[in-house]
Design a protein around this ligand. Structure first.
Ligand code: PSV
Ligand code: MN
Ligand code: MN
Length: 403
């Protein structure tokens, strides 16, 4: 027996739970993870970075071909769909060519000059009107593309105490989000993302899950909360927030990424894989299909690592952590919890986390006709080198951030 097989858990319930989990696991990848991005101090260009929607779809298609679990790509309206609804035919052609579909539609309320003092929470009625117009246009694009989710992050806030009325801004946001939800089909959703700070440093209008949940409730059942793992104060118990959102039927999706300090957008699992494992475990504790209506999405920008490589690495890490969470026998865990057998419960939990599932994940890939090791298949296939040749000229300077 080869070492690979020796490392596999016996073909038992754990084994089939992991296979079933990997069969259902899907994670959306962001178009902006393939483009040149930077920090506020500067930007280092990569020769293979995608410079157009066409190139982003090509890269997303390659990630899906290698991993088999990223069938959709999140789009940012201003960066990807500058012609609005007229871009729909273009997207359709790219979907057919690259085998990945358009995923969540992300409005952009954070880069235009008018939004210096806010977008949907700006005291100026004309600016709020423009922002609502953009949200309605994003909803129309989502409808035309037959995409379920409009995924909204609102950057609004203020930098100095006393300079804005937090309370009046709440009412303005309620009005804008309600109008957006009314424009959505019954089957569509508005995902409301929160973030404690940045770009605002004193108050952010949607700073935490309580505020996002309130706004979602004002909008009704079409609106849900989106949890970005990088958007919490240090030491926040994110899986507890997940538990509450699940309990209240208000969890819409996740933006996964990792961080050491703030919203660092590092590749997921790179700093604290146990965090993502605990989130996946919380999802599974709510039942095998609890995540059927929860969008798993990656929200990262790769400034140092190669972009396609970083994305494949993140997707593979997500699969591995999801598989580890699937090792847990939920009934057994519940029994131990109810009997307050603390150490045994914790050990059951930890044993799953510490089990090396990689042989099992490789076996699953082989069984499903996928590359056994997506990262080495990427390297061996020469995709990045070919794209670098084609795109080098376009990446030699001057292109705008995220374009
Ligand atoms: C904001 O930090 C955010 O997490 C939002 O989801 C944006 O859409 C995304 O980052 C842009 O990178
Ligand atoms: Mn995000
Ligand atoms: Mn973020």
């Amino acid at each position: 027996m080869g070492t690979e097989e020796q490392n596999l858990p016996a073909k038992d319930a754990r084994h089939s739970r992991v296979f079933a989990a990997l069969d259902r696991f899907r994670i959306e990848i962001p178009s902006w993870g393939f483009a040149n991005t930077g920090t506020r101090f500067g930007k280092f260009l990569q020769p293979a970075a995608a410079t157009s929607l066409e190139e982003k779809f090509a890269d997303a298609g390659e990630v899906n071909r290698l991993t088999g679990c990223t069938p959709t790509v999140a789009l940012h309206v201003l960066w990807d769909l500058p012609q609005g609804e007229s871009d729909v035919a273009r997207v359709r052609a790219l979907e057919a060519e690259h085998g990945v579909r358009a995923g969540s539609i992300n409005p952009n309320l954070f880069q235009e000059q008018e939004y210096k003092f806010g977008s949907i929470a700006n005291p100026a009625p004309a600016v709020r009107k423009k922002a609502i117009g953009h949200l309605l246009e994003s909803a129309a694009i989502a409808k035309a593309l037959k995409v379920r989710d409009v995924s909204l992050w609102v950057p609004d806030g203020s930098n100095y105490p006393g300079t804005q009325s937090v309370r009046r801004r709440i009412a303005w946001m309620e009005e804008a989000l309600l109008a957006t939800c009314e424009a959505l089909e019954e089957t569509q959703r508005l995902l409301i993302e929160y973030k404690p700070f940045e770009p605002a440093f004193y108050h952010t209008d949607i700073a935490d899950w309580g505020m996002a949940l309130h706004l979602a409730r004002v909008c009704g059942p079409k609106a849900k909360v989106l949890v970005d793992t990088g958007h919490h104060a240090q030491a926040t118990n994110i899986e507890q927030i997940v538990a509450w959102l699940l309990h209240t039927g208000s969890l819409g999706g996740f933006h996964f990424n990792d961080r050491k300090y703030a919203d660092d957008d590092l590749t997921l699992g790179s700093i604290d894989p146990y965090q993502l494992f605990r989130i996946f475990q919380e999802m599974m504790s709510a039942g095998e299909n609890a995540d059927a209506d929860v969008a798993y999405m990656i929200d990262q920008s790769h400034n140092m690592k190669g972009k396609v490589e970083a994305m494949v690495q993140s997707v593979v890490t997500a699969q591995e952590l999801y598989a580890r969470a699937a090792l847990i026998d939920q009934k057994e865990l519940a029994k131990l919890q109810d009997a307050c057998r603390l150490v045994e419960a914790e050990e059951l939990f930890r044993d799953a986390f510490w089990t090396d599932v990689r042989p099992l994940v490789r076996a699953w890939r082989t069984a499903r006709g996928l590359a056994e090791d997506p990262l080495s298949a990427l390297r061996g296939g020469g995709y990045v080198e070919r794209r670098a040749e084609e795109r080098r000229e376009r990446n030699s300077g001057g292109s705008s951030a995220y374009a």
